[in-house]
Design a protein around this ligand. Structure first.
Ligand SMILES: [Zn+2]
Length: 389
């Protein structure tokens, strides 16, 4: 069944998306009861940064997996295969020996792992945030998701937990993802950082982690090769991933539509080689206007890529260390967008000067009620050509 195979492959790829967590951060997540085939289990899945985590031991019990302690981790055998959750957040080793990034944490004495590891063992995960459905299935499930939802309707709906702020729907989880929708229109910020990774990416990520905000990185292949550990951390910490080409040289990238496509494909290959992850989000160097014309878009977007520009330009490349000007430039544009209830997509660069202005920007945006999300492939792209592919 090729469709099923594709879904499994997709879920396996998702394994590489994990988050570094501390229990303190995890406690802030929303919980939903996990469906296992046709029954509603007592397992509470906790959502952190759009990933659902479950206690490994309890999940293994429900799915009849065998857990074996190894010197370097925990071997999980079940479903259609096996994998090893490595110690010290070193990732997960798949059956074929590949190691992919994976984050775990301990909560209430339980080792919490992303539910999506079951995807690598051949299970299908369904999710419907508005129906509180999170369900893991193998071939023995008889109920459709709709039937499952109506059977357990009363129990699925969580007891009213006072949740301050505007986001009342559970965060989307694993598997075929849904667009992230949180907050009031105009109050979700998509931070984007171009041209990285760089010598200061680690400090940038520390700032993002300190404020617990999401962001998307449009990276250059040549810089990924230069700073591989930074790319790995970006993937492991579950940030949004985007391609920015290899060379950033106008004469090369825009030489022809085929040249542009080759740069994006090479960029993706570097990302894949270093982290196991890949992406369909792209941002051509200098933005898509005027050079990324219809001929370029037809060539590149027909390969499944989604074109992203921005609607807030920080001009950080111009102002460099002049933090005040960057700050004012960004906030003025953000406030203008608020009037038309438009979510800001902010262009910044992964460069040293960003470290200086970023904390101040994040503090103000948070104070003004904004939440932060990564760009996903399911969103309608924001670009200068209004090309919705
Ligand atoms: Zn650039």
């Amino acid at each position: 069944m090729p469709t099923k195979k594709i879904v499994l492959l997709f879920l396996s790829l998702f394994l590489i998306l994990g988050v570094v967590l501390t229990p303190a951060r995890a406690e802030g997540g929303k919980a939903v009861r996990l469906g296992v085939n046709d029954k509603l289990s007592t397992i509470e899945a906790v959502s952190v940064k759009n990933t659902y985590y479950v206690p490994l031991r309890a999940l293994a019990g429900e799915l009849n997996w065998t857990i074996t302690g190894l010197a370097d981790g925990v071997l999980v055998t079940g479903g259609s295969g096996s994998l090893t959750v490595l110690k010290g957040d070193a990732g997960a080793r798949l059956k074929d020996g590949t190691v992919v990034p994976l984050s775990t944490f301990v909560q209430g004495g339980n080792l919490m792992v992303p539910l999506k590891i079951s995807g690598s063992l051949g299970y299908i995960i369904s999710f419907a945030g508005d129906k509180y459905l999170l369900r893991v299935k193998d071939g023995s499930a008889l109920l459709t998701d709709e039937a499952f939802i109506s059977k357990y309707a009363a129990e699925l709906k969580p007891a009213a937990t006072p949740e301050p702020g505007p986001s009342a729907t559970p965060a989307p989880a694993d598997g075929p993802a849904q667009p992230v929708k949180t907050g009031k229109p105009g109050y979700t910020v998509y931070l984007t950082f171009d041209d990285g990774p760089s010598a200061t990416t680690a400090q940038l990520l520390d700032i993002l982690a300190k404020y617990d905000v999401q962001a998307t990185f449009f990276m250059l292949g040549n810089n990924m090769n230069k700073y591989p550990s930074q790319v790995k951390r970006i993937v492991k910490d579950d940030y949004g991933l985007g391609l920015h080409g290899m060379t950033h040289v106008k004469g090369k990238f825009y030489a022809s539509p085929a040249a542009a496509l080759a740069e994006m494909a090479d960029d993706n290959a570097v990302l894949k080689k270093l982290t196991g992850a890949s992406t369909t989000l792209i941002r051509p160097p200098y933005g898509s206007k005027p050079y990324f014309t219809k001929a370029f878009r037809d060539k590149v977007l027909s390969q499944g890529y989604h074109l992203w520009d921005w609607n807030v330009d920080s001009n950080d490349w111009k102002y460099k260390e002049d933090s005040d000007s960057i700050y004012t430039t960004v906030m003025n544009q953000v406030h203008k967008l608020k009037q038309s209830k438009t979510d800001p997509v902010i262009l910044m660069h992964d460069q040293k000067a960003t470290l200086k202005v970023l904390p101040r920007l994040l503090e103000t945006l948070k104070k003004e009620g904004y939440t932060f999300q990564a760009i996903t492939k399911d969103m309608e792209p924001v670009n200068f050509w209004k090309d919705k592919r």
